[in-house]
Write a protein that binds this ligand. Structure first.
Ligand code: GDP
Length: 497
């Protein structure tokens, strides 16, 4: 069946991932949900029973408060006609009568960024007993399955009273920063909704940063609806807020696998995307004994020539034993055919998946192993599903292919990725692998050493607040708690270790 060699067809497998997934879904509506485990390396990362029960509790809350329920209808009508000081009863100023509170997430930026911010918003929902809904628009159509049983996480937009959320920015009057600047953080009754602006430019506003401080959290706690727009994996920032510290420690005794668990809980590709993944895997990757995933991403702000980047990839892959070295000149018939002397079989079959917007790196790696035999007799086959040349986020087929490629990368046994790419963060996060990271070029040149084994599986939060809430001045978020450090691949960022 083309599954991972570590899993045989007859061996029962852990379809619920140790309790991470709910058993309450129909398998056929989302084939990937219970089957991805057959193709990925089994997770070695312990799941806390506290996280498992928090997820089941969250699912009940979502069922109770999600779209289509009377609680949801009531909450939306309160949003449409919010209580005013004159019609608010003494008893529950501002408190939602149903107890249902929401966070609405709006898609923004590339797919990797969207998956990371959605995960951040979900952890925030878990910590604050809110229900996570997202605007699907055309952006997320036929990409993911529903993650929560017997409900939907898609916001019904037709009659939702808050409009134009995709255009919100720091000038939006309802933003947390603006509310606090106007001194309305404790006003009675609280506003029906607030906007949390966490796009990378939020750090320019001294009050938007207060999301990561008690003052911001106190203001938000009083509000039934929160709208969030972000292009950042802001999740590590939640670990800096003292009030969540204890609960986070129980949910994640090991902090470096937060995205690994939450990502595998939330993101199940739709049957359309899973079809692509299975066809590609079955045709090219399934027969290999080892799968190497190489993700090559370039950014305008870190220019590097194709020759230089190719050399960096090969120097890392050979130097770290990720790919076998080749023989410059053939020494025997055996190596020329990729076979060990005396045996009819190659020493090992390695399948290399190159994932990139560009085709050159795949071409060159493929040619290398076509033109030369390997020193140890391994057979190396090299594949690239697409090379779309440019980013076209929001186009359905483009996003579906991008997701399929993230999934294929997540089946890897070894990962080699470009620095700073959220596309890469998602892929190896789902795999549960510490990748070898190709460090960003300096002055157009690859640094030495060309790559480093990542210190953590968890993604980097590129724009942390760097704000000391107590001193009310600039701070260094990489020095506040033991398990939040500066990122290896992006020094200004922070990540969980
Ligand atoms: P980041 O820019 O690397 O942090 O990753 P994002 O996923 O946020 O944005 C990049 C977007 O470009 C992706 O969502 C894809 O649409 C596209 N893209 C980048 N690299 C690849 C690739 O290797 N394969 C495919 N299919 N799309 C890619």
């Amino acid at each position: 069946r083309g599954a991972h060699p570590l899993v045989t067809a007859v061996e029962p497998y852990d379809r619920l991932l140790g309790g991470l997934l709910s058993p309450d879904f129909d398998d056929r509506s989302c084939l990937s949900r219970y089957r991805a485990a057959l193709y990925r390396r089994p997770s070695l990362h312990v799941l806390s029973s506290h996280l498992v029960s928090a997820l089941r509790r969250y699912e009940s809350l979502h069922r109770l408060c999600g779209p289509g329920t009377s609680a949801y209808e009531r909450a939306v009508s309160r949003l449409r006609s919010p209580p005013t000081p004159s019609n608010t009863s003494d008893a529950g100023a501002g408190a939602s009568p149903s107890g249902c509170r929401y966070i609405v997430w709006t898609p923004h930026a590339g797919l990797g960024n969207r998956m990371l911010t959605l995960t951040s918003a979900f952890l925030y929902a878990l910590l604050t007993d809110r229900v996570l809904l997202h605007r699907s628009g055309d952006n997320l159509k036929d990409l993911f399955c529903e993650p929560f049983p017997s409900s939907t996480w898609i916001l019904p937009e037709e009659d939702f009273p808050i409009r134009g959320m995709e255009r919100f920015d720091m000038r939006t009057p309802e933003s947390l920063g603006n509310v606090l600047r106007r001194g309305e953080g404790t006003q009675e009754p609280p506003p029906p909704w607030m906007y949390v602006h966490l796009r990378h430019d939020y750090t320019r506003s001294s009050t938007e940063r207060l999301f990561f401080c008690d003052e911001g959290q106190d203001a938000l706690r009083r509000v039934d609806w929160i709208v969030v727009l972000s292009d950042n994996y802001f999740l590590p920032g939640l670990f800096l807020i003292p009030r969540y510290e204890q609960e986070l420690a129980r949910l994640f005794p090991r902090r470096d696998v937060v995205f690994h668990h939450l990502g595998r809980y939330l993101f199940h590709p739709s049957n359309t995307v899973w079809g692509m993944v299975m066809r590609y895997h079955g045709s090219y990757m399934a027969m290999a004994e080892e799968r190497v995933g190489i993700q090559v991403r370039t950014f305008k702000w870190a220019p590097i020539s194709t020759d230089e980047l190719y050399s960096q990839i090969i120097s890392c892959a050979h130097g770290e034993g990720i790919l076998p070295r080749v023989q410059e000149r053939e020494t025997s018939n055996a190596t020329a055919t990729g076979k060990l002397p005396g045996s009819g079989q190659p020493a090992k079959r390695k399948a290399v998946l190159v994932v990139s917007l560009h085709g050159e790196y795949y071409e060159r790696i493929k040619d290398l192993y076509y033109e030369h035999g390997t020193a140890g007799g391994e057979a190396v086959s090299v594949f690239q599903p697409t090379h779309l040349n440019q980013q076209r986020t929001g186009e359905q087929l483009h996003d579906q292919k991008a997701l399929a490629e993230m999934m294929l990368l997540s089946f890897s046994d070894v990962a080699l990725t470009s620095a700073v790419s959220t596309f890469g963060y998602v892929s190896h996060g789902l795999a549960g692998l510490k990748p070898w990271v190709l460090m960003s070029p300096v002055g157009g040149k690859a640094p030495n050493p060309s790559c480093r084994l990542a210190a953590t599986i968890d993604p980097c939060f590129h724009s942390p607040p760097h704000y000391d809430c107590r001193a009310k001045s600039r701070g260094d978020d990489g020095k506040v708690v033991r398990y939040v450090r500066h990122c290896d691949d992006f020094k200004n960022g922070i990540q969980l270790v």
